[in-house]
Write a protein that binds this ligand. Sequence first.
Ligand SMILES: Cc1cc2nc3c(=O)[nH]c(=O)nc-3n(C[C@H](O)[C@H](O)[C@H](O)COP(=O)(O)OP(=O)(O)OC[C@H]3O[C@@H](n4cnc5c(N)ncnc54)[C@H](O)[C@@H]3O)c2cc1C
Length: 229
Amino acid sequence: MAWDFETEPEFQEQLDWTRGFLDEHILPLETIELEVTDEQWKALTAPLKQQVKDRGLWACHLDPELGGQGFGQVKLGLMHEILGRSSIAPAIFGNNAPDSGNAELLAIGGNDEQKKQWMEPLLAGELRSGFSMTEPDTAGSDPTLLETSAVRDGDTWVINGHKWFTSGGSGADFLIAMVVTNPDVHPYQGSSMIVVPTDTPGLEIVRDVPNMHHPYPGQFARHPMGTPR
Ligand SMILES: Cc1cc2nc3c(=O)[nH]c(=O)nc-3n(C[C@H](O)[C@H](O)[C@H](O)COP(=O)(O)OP(=O)(O)OC[C@H]3O[C@@H](n4cnc5c(N)ncnc54)[C@H](O)[C@@H]3O)c2cc1C
């Protein structure tokens, strides 16, 4: 059986535009990204994000009610074939992990207040996030073994645990933490996700873990996928 990866001419035109935009406007920014401040970086990338929005390509995989284009995962894959050449490109197109997935989680499970406080600014590209599931002392490939607990204390939850490999964690405004809220039932029923702002007292960011993509400490802040810790 043959797979047909051709797309309709209108979207192919968008892909061709994306390729040219990446070459002309995004790749040159890579040469200065480590030399500018966060404020300068925001000022440099804001007009590029606007062009992507004007072109109808911002967060293309998300449904329109989430501010996206409703194109789905296949078209996202075709775009990422192009955007994957640059570590900064997905954020300029509103489809960078883990923010895009976290926005979908908040859309599915967040209440109105959480959507307003976290999801909307995330979709607007104003906040950054991380997803904290994996732990050092259990097998990360099996989330039913998670040990981090959250215990209700009045109006708040007290979380105890150690996470690592949280991509984008050191530059994130908030984390979505996978925790055990009821150890007495099957993990499928007893696990929860809690939004944890990174300035929460008691939350300690231990370190960035260098990897093959970012071998040196200090290279992480603007690379959502390069920031496990
Ligand atoms: C660059 C990078 C970014 C990441 N980003 C994130 C992130 O944003 N958020 C997050 O939560 N995590 C993140 N992770 C962690 C990632 O999800 C885990 O590394 C992955 O789930 C595997 O878990 P582990 O490393 O604990 O390995 P393990 O689960 O211990 O597995 C090690 C090996 O043992 C095998 N194995 C495991 N259990 C069994 C079994 N029962 N029987 C037989 N074989 C078994 C596995 O297949 C594997 O080969 C990231 C990891 C990397 C490298």
